[in-house]
Ligand binder design. Structure first.
Ligand code: NAD
Ligand code: ZN
Ligand code: ZN
Length: 349
């Protein structure tokens, strides 16, 4: 029967056991929910570039304390009943988990938990056991969003590759003829383009260093795609008339510099990528007058429901490459080599 699990049964989980070690498939106990916790049987878990940043982090650079199971983009079936969900309900997991009690967490904005600096985790698979496993223990049913008949291989990446750009775009005010430049058309970037097309009237420019990423940008609805070259800033300035917003899904020195150079006065530089680049903010300085710089992180549980609704209405389609959990190593290697088209999704079980 669905939902009855033995607490002694072992199942494979992709674990980060120590800083600097590659992730390894280990035998983990099927966790037993207590209190408000809900057990979810994972059917799909997306692989994010942030997972690579976590693996590459120097000891102490992140507040997480290994060992923990990776995987912060999760969809599956409820395996233990709660007040709001029954066993077998199809759900996506809102991955940012905060303290659970501050004013932000109280309204589902765990991504901006007021106690974030005190916590040793950011969420599922980021300091806490995540979804690259057959089961994940979710702290509270408030982190679950129903997905209806949406495919789990869509729902899982929507929880981050969809939610993060959705939140970033929701923070922008874009007029009728706005120009938006998307830098980096991978997992997040290609969904960002679709969200911009579905929810704004903006002209969308997409930039990447890979030809196949530009083909993906094209399929995702970008009006213009450009391979990064020495004249990219000049071409973008000329063709866009200056960007009202730049969504940087890389965040390296060259992309931050490109973003600053193509921004229109009053424009918004939105840094989503965690590439570790630096941008000097001085006044006057590299940014045009009136510019704003933001560092959005993930999104709220309300926004997750909205992005799921957009996908169910047919406005967003994540391009995925699927791997069994046992092939996680290959999926990680291919993401590192820039050989994933769209999002890699791992399938446990
Ligand atoms: P990805 O690997 O799927 O895509 C990155 C894309 O950027 C690739 O297409 C790559 O070719 C392109 N790229 C690399 N260098 C470039 C350059 N110099 N110029 C133009 N394009 C370049 O990665 P992803 O999973 O989409 O994640 C993107 C970034 O966003 C990562 O740094 C990740 O850690 C970060 N991230 C942040 C949040 C957040 O909440 N802020 C959430 C998820 C991911
Ligand atoms: Zn992520
Ligand atoms: Zn909180």
């Amino acid at each position: 029967m669905v939902g009855v699990v033995s607490p002694v049964r072992k199942t494979p989980a992709l674990r980060l056991t120590a800083w600097g070690d590659p992730p390894s498939l280990a035998d983990a106990d099927v966790p037993e929910p207590t209190g408000t916790e809900v057990l979810v049987r994972v059917e799909a878990a997306g692989l994010c570039h942030s997972d690579l940043h976590v693996l590459d982090a120097a000891p102490g650079a992140l507040p997480y304390r290994p060992p923990f199971t990776l995987g912060h983009e999760i969809a599956g079936q409820v395996a233990s009943a709660s007040d709001s969900f029954a066993v077998g309900d199809r759900v996506a997991v809102h991955g940012p988990w905060g303290c659970g009690t501050c004013r932000r967490c109280a309204v589902g904005e765990d991504n901006y938990c007021d106690r974030r600096a005190e916590l040793s985790w950011s969420g599922a698979g980021l300091g806490r056991d995540g979804g690259m496993a057959e089961y994940v223990l979710v702290p509270h049913a408030r982190h679950l969003a129903p997905i209806g008949d949406l495919d789990v291989t869509q729902a899982a990446p929507l929880t981050d590759a969809g939610l993060t750009p959705y939140h970033a775009v929701a923070g922008l005010t874009l007029g009728e003829d706005a120009a938006v430049v998307v830098i980096g058309v991978g997992g997040l970037g290609h969904v960002a383009i679709q969200i911009l097309r579905a929810t704004t009237r903006a002209r969308v420019f997409a930039v990447d260093v890979r030809e196949d990423a530009l083909a993906l940008a094209d399929r995702s609805g970008a009006h213009r795609t450009l391979l990064t070259r020495t004249d990219t800033a000049a071409v973008l300035r000329r063709e866009s008339g200056g960007a009202d917003a730049v969504l940087d899904f890389v965040g390296s020195d060259p992309t931050l510099s490109l973003g600053a150079r193509i921004l229109r006065p009053g424009g918004a530089l939105v840094i989503v990528g965690s590439g570790g680049g630096q941008l000097t903010v001085t006044k006057p300085g590299p940014l045009p007058q009136g510019a704003s710089v933001s560092l959005p992180f993930w999104g709220s549980s309300r926004e997750l429901r909205e992005v799921i609704a957009l996908a169910r209405a047919g406005h967003i389609r994540v391009e995925t490459e699927q791997f069994p959990l046992s092939a996680a190593e290959e999926a990680f290697a291919r993401l590192r080599e820039g050989r994933i088209r769209g999002r890699a999704v791992l399938l446990p079980g």
